[in-house]
Design a protein around this ligand. Structure first.
Ligand SMILES: Cc1cc2nc3c(=O)[nH]c(=O)nc-3n(C[C@H](O)[C@H](O)[C@H](O)COP(=O)(O)O)c2cc1C
Length: 194
């Protein structure tokens, strides 16, 4: 018979297996997507950060998952406001929702931005031959007013990666026969009222 704590371990393993599965599908925003193979609903996550005491959030494509390390990787422009926010306050929350699974994840994460070094250059080497590279080559930084003068801006790539280390995962399952919810995080995993 499966005990309740074994069940929690199984749910946690299924979450990480779904996350790994979802990076194998193309994000909805990428051209060339095969219409017969819809992307996993977790491929685009919402990352919430803190901006000087004010909440901020945005959609990001999940690029890599390391289940053993409980680590998720996103790509971004090093000049984007979220990078400054993460440098000032590395705590964040990731939200994933899948209608198909009926699962919501609220993942508390510790964030880190890498703008240089081997991890960044090896990923950029692969990405720069693809259409997605143009997202990091714009002369103007994300969020810059379009009528502002451009004279002071450089033209090099501004590719950066955001690492998110999962601390706890608040898992909610919506089910017609009763919702279930658990907070998962190693030995402190427990069931909570949905
Ligand atoms: C479906 C979708 C996917 C996105 N993926 C990314 C992404 O992978 N990286 C990224 O930096 N911005 C991505 N964006 C844009 C961000 O949501 C956001 O508008 C931009 O990064 C600026 O955010 P910031 O001002 O908080 O830095 C995506 C937007 C959408 C709608």
């Amino acid at each position: 018979m499966t005990t309740r704590s074994q069940e929690l371990d199984e749910i946690e393993a299924s979450i990480w297996s779904e996350l790994e599965k979802c990076v194998a599908t193309r994000p909805r925003s990428e051209p060339g997507e095969d219409a017969n193979e819809p992307p996993h609903e977790w491929r685009v996550a919402v990352l919430a950060t803190v901006d000087e005491g004010q909440a901020d959030a945005r959609s990001l494509v999940l690029r890599e998952v390391d289940a053993a390390e409980r680590r998720l990787i996103f790509y971004t422009d090093a000049r984007s406001p979220k990078v400054r926010q993460i440098e000032q306050s590395p705590q964040g929350t990731l939200i994933f929702y899948s209608r198909e699974l009926g699962w919501q994840l609220r993942m508390q994460v510790r964030l880190n931005v890498e703008t240089d070094g081997l991890a960044v250059s090896s990923r950029w080497a692969k990405l720069q031959t693809q259409a997605g590279a143009r997202d990091y080559l714009s002369v103007a930084a994300p969020g810059r007013p379009l009528d502002a003068p451009l004279a002071d801006l450089g033209v090099r790539g501004h590719f950066a990666m955001i690492e998110a280390m999962a601390e706890t995962v608040d898992w909610l399952e919506l089910h017609p026969r009763g919702h279930r919810r658990a907070v998962l995080g190693g030995r402190s995993s427990h069931w909570v009222q949905p």
